[in-house]
Design a protein around this ligand. Structure first.
Ligand code: HEM
Length: 101
């Protein structure tokens, strides 16, 4: 099993040993991937950073008045009409330094 498959299979689980192989990013680095400044569109949830660049629902970094390039843990848990399973089809490309607890 590849590293990506191992990590994307259970986005809500505790960090697995494979997570330690992922690169880490600061909030400032994440903010550059907001869909405006670069082609990459990244979203953080519970410490994991997901690449949602290929999603039609995140074009230009905007998703139902939510913006990429941020930790959207609270927003998903409190505002979204769906579960975190929406991330199942997207790769975890890194870990956020100091995510919201
Ligand atoms: C008012 C808030 C929100 C609304 C109305 C909304 C609505 C939707 C809808 C209708 C879908 C597609 C159908 C589904 O899977 O249920 C979707 C998918 C998705 N949502 Fe949200 N959402 C909201 C907030 C969020 C937040 C805060 C996040 C991120 C942390 C998020 C991440 C995603 C992702 C990754 C997908 C999958 C996109 C794809 O498959 O292309 N959503 N959302």
């Amino acid at each position: 099993m590849s590293e990506t498959q191992a990590n994307s299979s259970a986005p809500n689980s505790l960090p697995s040993p494979a997570d330690t192989l992922l690169p880490t990013y600061t909030r400032a680095q994440l903010a550059l991937r907001n869909g405006q400044d670069r082609d990459e569109i990244w979203v953080a949830y519970q410490g994991n950073i997901y690449d949602v660049s290929r999603s039609r629902l995140w074009r230009r970094g905007n998703h139902y008045e939510h913006w990429a390039g941020q930790d959207l843990t609270r927003e998903l848990d409190h505002d979204a009409p769906h579960t975190p399973n929406v991330f199942d089809n997207f790769p975890i490309i890194g870990r956020l330094i100091s995510p919201v607890k």
